[in-house]
Design a protein around this ligand. Structure first.
Ligand SMILES: CC(C)(COP(=O)(O)OP(=O)(O)OC[C@H]1O[C@@H](n2cnc3c(N)ncnc32)[C@H](O)[C@@H]1OP(=O)(O)O)[C@@H](O)C(=O)NCCC(=O)NCCS
Length: 389
């Protein structure tokens, strides 16, 4: 029997802090309103240099360091995000390249703020199913780029960041014990960026109508979130053969402390069982659960044998929950002095490799344009049609 265990974890948040007082200068709101209605005191906002892929890369590098693995050992990179760098290519491919994960496949997964729990279950299944040995699962979002900074109903809620875990094959009977993925697309319009996709491509009109920003029915999403969290948690705990009080730590999606409190009450569990850091980061979408997991580990709240419950909800509408049995020692071993040199070399090597591949591709194109090169079906400008004939 194969199991998939988390052996590395890492997070990255931008250095720029935006407090509620900063928001008071932008929209008609107050620190008191934001704190009492959401529990949020501040959030991190990406600088122009921070992108979804750059934050994902930093979190992934940290996770690989904890797992003590070189990027060349990674078989697959999954990036859960609703704010990819580009509509195409996938952000995961940018991360795979910058990381130097030369053997890895890569794809993005969009399940809104439930994305990380979705991606964790996909990655773990790839390992337990025997396809792969090492999967990097990342949640990264730069939601601030899609927030309407004139809409006080949404702009106070979100922040940017990334979190990552390394999943590795293990013989120890731990890891993912149960999992539930859910969707109700009839609620798509309650949390949506209406334009910029294939249905409504960007035009002057869509930009003027502010259709490229998040639109949200706050009350509707609140009610959905509480009920989805409770239903999914109870289902997944039962599926794992456990009772709610046997869960050691619940790491919920960090959207609003009132949602977490309402879910705790409805589940009959004390707030101490829930990890909360929404006060410092706001809602970082797919990054919120892995960032919270990293902080829970740093605070000594995760021990081998612990049963963790991850539960998320978000745009789609979607929800996802999983019970995960922790299997490795979570204490951070101090890295030997030479490790940072090795890591710098690996990072540089990834950059050089990427540059060499790009340059090679350009030289190859020039070479062929000038009539050199073998017959690979492209030489006559037929776009490979020779292979099809
Ligand atoms: C958005 C949310 C915080 C609003 O809280 P609420 O208690 O439901 O507040 P309401 O929407 O009922 O608004 C109450 C009043 O506050 C006002 N208000 C809204 N945002 C405000 C802000 N930032 N500052 C001050 N007042 C605000 C509203 O305009 C409304 O005023 P009105 O009564 O004069 O019309 C809450 O609905 C929520 O958290 N929903 C879930 C959002 C979420 O988690 N989304 C992501 C899911 S992944």
């Amino acid at each position: 029997m194969r199991y998939a265990q988390i052996t590395g974890w890492g997070r990255y948040v931008p250095s720029k802090v935006m407090t509620n007082l900063d928001l008071e200068k932008l929209v008609n709101t107050s620190d008191e309103w934001i704190r009492t209605r959401t529990g949020i005191a501040e959030r991190r906002i990406g600088t122009p240099r921070d992108t979804t892929s750059s934050m994902a890369l930093r979190a992934a590098q940290a996770a690989l360091q904890v797992a003590d693995l070189p990027p060349s050992k990674v078989d697959l990179v999954i990036v859960a995000t609703l704010s990819p760098d580009y509509p195409m290519p996938a952000t995961a491919s940018l991360v795979q390249d910058a990381l130097g994960a030369s053997r890895a496949g890569a794809f993005d997964l969009n399940a809104g703020c439930s994305g990380f729990v979705y991606a964790l279950s996909v990655g773990a299944s790839m390992i337990t199913g025997g396809l792969y040995q090492t999967v990097l699962v990342i949640g990264s979002d730069t939601v601030s780029r899609f927030v309407d900074w004139t809409d006080r109903g949404t702009c106070v809620l979100f922040g940017d960041g990334a979190g990552a875990v390394v999943l590795q094959e293990s013989a120890l009977p731990t890891g993912l014990r149960s999992c539930i993925l859910g969707s109700d697309g009839s609620g798509a319009e309650s949390l949506i960026i209406p334009a910029g996709g294939a249905r409504s491509p960007a035009t002057v009109d869509t930009v003027e109508a502010r259709q490229h920003f998040i639109k949200m029915g706050g009350n509707e999403v609140f009610r959905f979130a509480v009920s989805a969290m409770c239903r999914a948690s109870l289902q997944v705990i039962k599926q794992a053969g456990l009772e709610p009080d046997e869960i050691d730590l619940i790491i919920p999606h960090q959207a609003n402390v009132r949602i977490i409190q309402a879910a705790a009450k409805s589940l009959g569990l004390p707030m101490e069982k829930f990890f909360v850091n929404v006060d410092r980061y706001g809602n970082t979408s797919a990054a919120s659960i892995p960032i919270a997991l990293c902080e829970a580990i740093e605070q000594g709240r995760v021990k081998p044998g612990d049963k963790l419950l991850f539960v998320g909800f978000g745009a789609g509408l979607t929800w996802a929950a999983s019970v995960f049995e922790w299997g490795v020692g979570a204490e951070l071993r101090p890295a030997p002095w030479w490790k940072s040199i090795v890591n710098t070399v690996i990072e540089r090597e990834a950059g050089v490799r990427s540059f060499a591949l790009r340059t090679g591709r350009r030289l190859d194109a020039v070479w062929r344009r000038n009539g050199f090169g073998g017959d690979n079906g492209y030489a006559d400008g037929q776009n490979g049609s020779k292979h099809l004939r």
